[in-house]
Design a protein around this ligand. Structure first.
Ligand code: NG6
Ligand code: CA
Length: 517
């Protein structure tokens, strides 16, 4: 979208006018993007079986959103939208990526980090990436230079889990190289065939900390079998239980070395995605099994970031955002005891479905925004989508978005800062099978879509149905009563909104589907 120059300067001034005593130095932005953290996983969102003191401490000083959404119910598309400002379902190839996928954001395309970098920000991506690495059509040289990657789309530096914690390669990538690699022991990655002599979960279940429940029976890393095969490069293999400290070390280093200038940190935590292998400090502490312990590790991580900002005197001039890429799942591929130990905990809170779903559990996620002196703490019902972060933060720092970029991103700064309690007119939500939903004025429409009503492996209700669905979220947040037959006008109205959105481009449903799911 285009923002005119006068509009930019007035937004810029308005953003900083709230305080006259403070120098108008642009605020740092720390975006903590948790993985699979559900709407009901934190006590500030109503969880009673688990206590998240650090997220609650952040919430106390934040605006807490009750209707904020990732664009999609899975990781890759949500992150694509967050970083590009484009809805992912417009183009093929943006669904959950394998770990050897190539970068799906074209170098040179304007992104959230690139606009902030243009505004003078130091930018870093630390943690889970899952948007591919390397040039389309070329092999990835895991033992050499890996580019393009985050550093070619707007980040000054990166320290990455290349795909997901449950997918090879299980090594960190720092800027353009695998960190800690010994050239005498080259790393090999294969998604089709076993390679080398590494044991797999399929052949050596006796070596596992816990067994897979579906898929996830390839190369064993740190006692847990993963998706995909990996061989060699042993000195670089990560240890999952140490991941929290490794990532936080990088986070602290980046913040410390950029304390004198504005910075944007995209900190994409590995928690609470499978495999749940939290550090021993957290094991057994939640009483809800390993998933609950991973929530505690995630919570502790948030507290550590806040402590670092306090220690360096940066808290006042830093916007801290906490969000999640999609809704929750309990068994996402491993029998790690989390299902048995749930003890009535509802990871999606009052919402139906979870990760992968068209139901609200898929995309409605926690969102906290803290900016001392600018954002009044409280609760906001505003309808918010992560696709708007790019236009909103661009407006905050007075950067124009180049024509043709961030087509779906709208400047919702007023909603994010609590000056507007309505937010977007409508949002589009996107489920695993490519099904789209529209929410507008408290009503939600789910388009007819093929697929099972419940995923057999994860047990999650998908919200896929052959007939249109219509829910009145203002009275039925749990999407129990399909009102489509009673309100055909509403169905027509919302499907027309969806048709208008998709007229600007939509990938075929097949292209949005995953063979494995
Ligand atoms: C699915 C995986 C799941 C998880 C997900 C990605 C299988 C059967 N399931 O394909 O375990 O890795 O992809 O999660 O392989 S996400 O949060 O990155 O989208
Ligand atoms: Ca995720």
């Amino acid at each position: 979208m285009k923002i005119s120059a006068p509009a930019i300067s007035s937004l810029f001034l308005a953003a900083f006018a709230a305080t006259t005593t403070r120098a108008a130095t642009p605020p740092n932005i720390v975006l903590i993007y948790a993985d699979d953290l559900g709407y009901g996983d934190a006590s500030c969102y109503g969880a009673t079986k688990i206590h998240t003191p650090n997220i609650d401490r952040l919430a106390q000083a934040s605006l807490r959103f009750t209707d904020a959404h990732a664009t999609s119910a899975t990781c890759t598309p949500s992150r694509y939208a967050l970083l590009t400002g484009d809805y992912p379902w417009r183009r093929a190839g943006t669904n959950i990526l394998p770990g050897d996928a190539r970068l799906i954001i074209a170098p040179g395309k304007a992104t959230l980090p690139s606009v902030l970098r243009s505004a003078g920000y130091a930018t870093a991506a630390i943690g889970k990436w899952h948007l591919g690495l390397g040039a389309q059509g070329a092999p990835i040289d895991w033992n050499g230079e890996i580019r393009p990657g985050p550093c070619e789309i707007g980040f000054d530096t990166c320290f990455l889990i290349p795909a997901t914690p449950d997918r090879v390669p299980c090594v960190y990538v720092e800027d353009h190289r695998v960190a800690g690699l010994d050239p005498k022991d080259p790393l090999q990655i294969d998604y089709d065939h076993p390679i080398g002599n590494e044991p797999t979960g399929k052949d050596h279940p006796e070596l596992l900390k816990y067994p897979p429940s579906h898929g996830h029976d390839d190369t064993i890393v740190d006692g847990v079998s993963r998706i995909g095969f990996m061989s060699g490069g042993h000195s670089a293999w990560w240890v999952d239980e140490e991941m929290v400290d490794v990532l936080l070390g990088r986070v602290n280093r980046f913040i410390e070395s950029n304390r004198q200038r504005p910075f944007f940190l995209y900190f994409a935590t590995h928690d609470i995605h499978v495999p749940h292998l939290p550090n021993a400090r957290f094991v057994g502490k939640s009483g809800l099994g390993l998933r609950g312990d991973a929530v505690l590790e995630c919570d502790w991580t948030v507290g550590q970031v806040l402590d670092t900002l306090d220690r360096l005197g940066l808290a006042e001039n830093t916007i801290v955002v906490l969000a999640s890429d999609n809704g929750p799942v309990v068994d996402d591929g491993y029998r790690d005891g989390s299902v048995e130990h749930l003890d009535g905990h509802k990871p999606a809170g009052p919402l139906r479905g979870g990760k992968y779903s068209a139901f609200e559990g898929g995309t409605r996620v926690p969102l906290l925004v803290r900016w001392p002196g600018h954002v009044e703490p409280g609760v906001s019902p505003a309808l918010v989508s992560h696709v708007d972060f790019m236009a909103s933060f661009a407006a905050l720092v007075g950067q124009a978005i180049p024509a043709g970029a961030a087509r779906d991103s709208r400047n919702q700064l007023a909603a994010l800062l609590g000056k507007d309690r309505a937010g977007r007119d409508h949002i589009v939500e996107h489920a695993l099978n490519g099904a789209l939903c529209v929410t507008q004025g408290g009503w939600k429409y789910i388009e007819p879509a093929p697929g099972q009503a419940r995923m057999p492996a994860t047990g999650i209700e998908t919200g896929y149905a052959p007939k249109p669905q219509l829910y009145d979220l203002s009275t039925d947040i749990g999407e129990r009563h399909n009102l489509a037959a009673e309100h055909p006008d509403k169905v027509r109205e919302l499907s027309a909104v969806l048709a208008q959105e998709t007229a600007a481009g939509r990938a075929g449903r097949k292209d949005m589907q995953l063979a494995s799911d």
